[in-house]
Write a protein that binds this ligand. Structure first.
Ligand SMILES: Cc1ncc(C[n+]2csc(CCOP(=O)(O)OP(=O)(O)O)c2C)c(N)n1
Ligand SMILES: [Mg+2]
Length: 407
């Protein structure tokens, strides 16, 4: 008889995979998008619902990948996404605990409530793509292939982390694997992704997508407008995901923008925009899968606005007492992880024992990563030749273990 964990691993295709198996799993998810979900996406998104504006009809490439994709059922895809969401949540909570215990320097930024939107983007991307995450994109990072250890090592300042203990918290990445370390998530990364996409164009590399995640506050910055306009004019394969969590630090939407909907800003630049209910994992998987596919097929840039509520302060130092209690009680205030778990149980895709076992597994995975990073050395300024990640030294000589397993 299978244990609950074995049963869920079987559904996830996780058997015989060590640790989170992040990258392999994520990429499996990326190429095995469920045909049923795609079909629904086509019907709903292209039917011109109020959630969508000006979508080019460019779905044939999605359908032509259908045979391969049908190999993975929608429940398996949903469960795979749920696992990354859970892992991100557990990791966030562990980092918050370590911050409160005084073990972390600098801020700890949590993605609580944003995991569904984030994971859907991470799963829709694949090897060769570029991803510039938001500070709350723990789930998307994991789904894109970032190991748990990269996050923990960076937060704890380990010299063995991707930033070698020199840059903290969310300012981490692996540019060679397409995961861009963040400058600021206030729109600054849009033009960096544009640049990476232009470089690929000059090198005649086709079929890749660049994704940048930003918040509602970032849509008021000059960087956002310049980046979006450039992507539109150059018809770059950019997917811009805006997580409208109703606040930019303590500034609410009504003090942030006066347009009716954030989608209007994309329309102003000639870019199609979509709205998703970011508390609903299925909606996120459906729309992000569709949009990334369309952009990959050469349809030009698109923007997705996810509506949700930030279920935490701006960072661990902020209690967020200014958040409107009415919003917390509204459908926007739903916790996407809870909603996804309820769906899993309701549909019978997993039972309570299996979810419990999965939670124990990810708690263990995070605990092991923390124990590892805590045993590791901090950078030694007397021994190291200081270089920024973008320097020749790091690009040409410093070897990082590949996120991407060989084919
Ligand atoms: C250029 C720049 N200005 C200000 C900050 C400080 N800051 C970091 S996040 C943030 C609020 C961002 O709000 P939003 O774009 O809505 O994203 P959210 O934090 O809600 O995910 C601010 C003001 C920054 N990091 N970079
Ligand atoms: Mg915000």
């Amino acid at each position: 008889m299978r244990s609950p964990l074995m049963a869920i691993s079987h559904l996830l295709g996780l058997e015989n995979m060590g640790q989170s198996g992040s990258f392999a799993l994520a990429k499996l998810g990326a190429v095995s998008k469920c045909a049923r979900s795609r079909r629904r996406a086509k019907e709903t998104v292209c039917a011109g619902t109020t959630n969508t504006v000006r979508i080019p009809v460019m779905l044939q490439t999605l359908e032509s990948r259908g045979t391969q994709e049908a190999a993975s059922s929608f429940p398996a895809q949903y469960l795979r996404a749920f696992r990354f969401m859970l892992l991100a949540r557990v990791l966030d909570e562990k980092m918050a605990g370590l911050y409160r215990a005084g073990k972390i320097q600098g801020g700890v930024f949590l993605g609580r409530g944003q995991e569904a939107l984030s994971v859907a983007l991470g799963l829709a991307l694949r090897q060769g793509d570029v991803f510039a995450p938001l500070i709350r994109d723990g789930a998307g990072r994991l789904a894109f292939g970032e190991p748990v250890l990269d996050a923990v090592r960076t937060y704890l300042g380990s010299a063995l982390g991707p930033m070698r203990g020199r840059d903290g918290n969310v300012h981490r990445g692996r540019p060679r694997q397409g995961l861009l370390p963040m400058i600021s998530h206030l729109g600054a990364m849009i033009s960096v992704v544009n640049g990476a996409l232009m470089a690929r164009r000059f090198k005649k590399i086709e079929g890749c997508v660049g994704a940048a995640s930003i918040g509602d506050g970032a849509t008021s910055t000059g960087s956002f407008h310049e980046g979006l306009n450039q992507a539109a004019v150059e018809r770059l394969p950019l997917v811009l995901v805006v997580a409208n969590n109703q606040y930019a630090y303590s500034t609410p939407n009504n003090r942030q923008f006066a347009c009716e909907d954030l989608m209007d800003k994309a329309i102003g630049y000639g870019i199609p925009a979509h709205r998703v209910d970011a508390t609903d994992l299925e909606d996120c998987l459906r729309v992000l899968g569709l949009v990334v596919g369309q952009v990959r097929a050469g349809g030009g840039p698109q923007m997705v606005v996810g509506r949700l509520l930030r279920l935490t302060g701006h960072a661990e130092h902020d209690p967020g007492h200014y958040v409107d209690p009415q919003l917390k009680k509204s459908p926007l205030g739903r916790d996407c992880l809870k909603v996804a778990e309820e769906r899993l149980l309701r549909e019978g895709w997993a039972d309570a024992d299996a979810v419990r076992a999965l939670r124990e597994q990810v708690v263990q995975e995070v605990a092991e990563a923390v124990a590892t990073a805590q045993r590791e050395p901090a950078p030694d300024p007397y021994k190291e030749n200081w270089c920024a990640l973008s320097s020749r030294h790091l690009i040409d000589v410093f070897e990082v273990p590949s996120l991407v397993p060989p084919p």
